[in-house]
Design a binder for this molecule. Structure first.
Ligand code: NDP
Length: 314
């Protein structure tokens, strides 16, 4: 059975920043990347708000750089998915790909969050055949076509703007009469002539045939009227769900499934387990705050391990 000092679950900005700090502290961390190496930033285009990049940086490139930086100080990066954990004893047990158990002295949970879906049957029916939760990944397939985006936050604004450059027209489906997105991103949407915003509108059904998505039936939630628009792509941008299913019953979570940490720290209810980044943050959810909390997680783990070692010596 493999034994590791610090095991980091997840490879977004939080996981890799934790790895950089832990590696530089001589803790020889091991990162398990999860199913989406590099995390959510690999599905984004330009990151313009990460300090230190006056001209912005491409999200996937940023994650490659973070991985390199972590590896430079001795982090071992393994491509594998943590499928279950057992935090009832010590050392902490983590199972990779349902078969290999790893024993860890400390675990840093940095599993982030995943895109939410509306939950209507047609969404599943047309998954990967016109329905997508990632404009940057799939937008290229819809160049020269009309598409719809649902949502009203920064993701919806960003994805609509991105798609407007590839597609003839973008229909932005907003369920209220205002957007939650930051003012600057809303302005970009409003100033883009080929984005049409459908206010007070919900998705009644995604329409299609064997070729994939062909349209969307919209519901005006003020009048109850329904109407159809013709689109080939349907993009979801309605927020995220924390990736915490494997920790149910072991780590304390809030009602939305975010891991609860002791205020001002990254400590969870289990000794030696720390939670960093979006998995423990339903408020800020930024690359920079995730990176900052990754740093805190590594420092908390280092302190924990030093105290453990001191216990053994005495
Ligand atoms: P948010 O939670 O901010 O927004 C989700 C949006 O989806 C809301 O407008 C919500 O509507 C809408 N929504 C939720 N459920 C439904 C539904 N069933 N039907 C229709 N609409 C629905 O998520 P985001 O992913 O946009 O952003 C998450 C965080 O990431 C934010 O902090 C954001 O600032 C940040 N971010 C930053 C970016 C950047 O700076 N480059 C880019 C992308 C995200 P309602 O408003 O009515 O609740």
């Amino acid at each position: 059975m493999e034994k590791v000092n610090v095991l980091i679950i997840g490879s977004g900005p939080a996981g890799y920043t934790a790895a950089i700090y832990a590696a530089r502290a001589g803790l020889t961390p091991v990162v398990y990347t999860g199913g989406q190496p590099g995390g959510q930033l690999t599905t984004t285009n330009d990151v313009e708000n990460f300090p230190g990049y006056p001209d912005g940086i491409n999200g996937p490139q940023m994650m490659i750089d973070l991985q390199k930086q972590a590896e430079r100080f001795g982090t071992k990066v393994n491509y594998g998915l943590v499928t279950s954990v057992d935090f009832s004893g010590y050392p902490l047990k983590v199972v990779i790909d349902e078969k290999d158990t790893v024993l860890a002295e400390a675990v840093i949970v940095a599993t982030g969050a995943s895109a939410k879906y509306l939950g209507i049957p047609s969404e599943e029916k047309f998954a990967n055949r016109g329905v997508s939760a990632c404009a940057v990944c799939d937008g290229y397939f819809y160049r020269g076509k009309e598409v719809a985006v649902v949502g009203a936050g920064d993701s919806a604004a960003e994805e609509s703007t991105y798609l407007s450059k590839l597609c003839t027209k973008v229909h932005l489906i907003v369920r209220r009469d205002e957007m939650r997105a930051s003012k600057i991103m809303q302005q970009r949407v409003l100033n883009t002539p080929n984005i049409e915003i459908h206010w007070n509108t919900e998705t009644d059904e995604i329409l299609g045939d064997e070729s994939g998505v062909t349209g969307v039936r919209l519901l005006d939630n003020k009048t109850g009227n329904k109407r159809e628009i013709s689109v080939r792509g349907f993009f979801l941008a309605i927020g995220h769900k924390p990736n915490t299913d494997i920790f149910k019953g072991q780590l304390t979570m809030d009602e939305a499934g975010y891991v609860k940490v002791v205020s001002g720290s990254t400590r969870t209810n289990v000794e030696g387990v720390f939670a960093v980044g979006d998995v423990a943050d339903r408020v800020y959810r930024q690359a920079i705050t995730a990176a900052g909390s990754g740093c805190m997680g590594a420092l908390d783990a280092e302190k924990f391990l030093a105290a453990k070692e001191a216990e053994v010596v005495h």
